[in-house]
Design a binder for this molecule. Structure first.
Ligand code: TRP
Ligand code: SF4
Length: 328
């Protein structure tokens, strides 16, 4: 029996290169060794998008298409939508009763998100409870581990705290085991403006971007700040573009280094070359996602199949939990 892992993404915008290198590539590899559950966290998306959820359904379908196009295999992994499995909210409710407010108010991601998404009205009851729902997502499937980025570590710690508190309050119930994070060793890819690649900054290259969009975005990328003129020698190690070259492992990376440091390669040309490499790298994913998005029924049937598999595990956990608490 393979160990189970669970992870999720919020469908709040198009998936981009940060998702691909920071998470998806890792998920694809994990499929071989683990029983993988991959969840589109639509309830979590609604927590920040509730004022204008008009794009939610589009982002949900695109998210699933992007996953599959990137190599998540619905035959191997369980792909589902959080809101299709009602037990998430059941367990979330039970946890809500005993999670102290202080744990949530102190959570560093909470404070950071309030700052980052300052245009949204997020001083809400729901948003404060974000990590409680995430804990329910994870514990519902009794996941052994959760592949996440560094930024999610506080949520995993909270998950373990919540599990422990549950075990203490309801010693009769089947215990929730500690879960562990599976971090990727991928270096962080920055956005075109060299800040963190993020939907809120609009500085990303999406998996579905056309060649033209990629070329435009690359032409705006920040380069070595010390290189002003073509005749200045460049410093690839402090240039965001060079980080992309290294990560893509495509093109002649040592040559870019050599020519840049000898001032034999101009940044404009370097940007055009990078755009071509990225377009080429994404061409397969782009084609697959477009084909999938033309066949929405196929996506729906994958999701229905995934929800059925997820419900089977989730309902088992929930009946154990309710029984131990004394609910019928
Ligand atoms: N909070 C996660 C993020 O923003 C998304 C998420 C929701 C998740 N539920 C999860 C990740 C459960 C891992 C496990 O990326
Ligand atoms: Fe960066 Fe390329 Fe310009 Fe060198 S030539 S500074 S690697 S964009």
């Amino acid at each position: 029996m393979k160990k189970r892992i669970l992870s999720g993404m919020r469908p709040t915008g198009p998936l981009h290169l940060g998702h691909l290198f920071g998470a998806l590539d890792n998920w694809v590899k994990l499929q071989e060794g683990y029983d993988c559950f991959f969840m589109v966290a639509d309830w979590h998306a609604l927590m920040s998008e509730y004022e204008d959820p008009s794009n939610l359904s589009k982002y949900i379908l695109e998210c699933v298409a992007d996953w599959i196009a990137s190599g998540i295999d619905p035959e191997k992994s369980t792909i589902f939508i959080q809101s299709h499995v009602k037990e998430h909210l059941d367990l979330y409710m039970i946890f809500s009763d005993f999670v102290p407010l202080g744990w949530l108010e102190r959570c560093p991601t909470y404070k950071e998100q309030l700052r980052e998404l300052s245009k949204r009205r997020l001083h809400t009851y729901g948003f404060l409870g974000y990590p409680v729902l995430q804990a329910a997502d994870i514990l519902l499937y009794r996941a052994y581990a959760v592949p996440v980025g560094q930024d999610q570590l506080p949520h995993l710690e909270l998950t373990n705290d919540i599990a422990e508190k549950f075990n203490n309050i309801y010693p009769e119930a089947r215990h929730f085991s500690k879960i562990k994070p599976l971090l990727t060793d991928m270096p962080k890819l920055l956005g075109i403006d060299a800040r963190k690649m993020s939907k809120s900054y609009g500085n990303f290259i999406a998996l579905g971007d056309s060649e033209k969009e990629i070329t435009q975005k690359c032409s705006k990328m920040f380069t070595d700040p010390k290189r002003i003129k073509l005749s200045d020698k460049g410093h690839p190690d402090t240039c965001n573009l060079y980080a992309y070259y290294k990560l893509l492992k495509k093109g002649d990376v040592p040559k870019v280094f050599e020519y840049c440091t000898k001032a034999k390669l101009g940044c404009t040309e370097c940007k055009k070359d990078l755009a071509d490499l990225i377009s080429d790298y994404l061409s397969d994913i782009r084609m697959k996602r477009e084909n999938l998005l033309k066949d929405k029924d196929k996506i729906y049937s994958i999701l229905e199949h995934g929800a059925q598999k997820a419900r089977k595990v989730a309902s088992e956990t929930m009946s154990e939990v309710k029984k131990a608490i004394g609910m019928v």
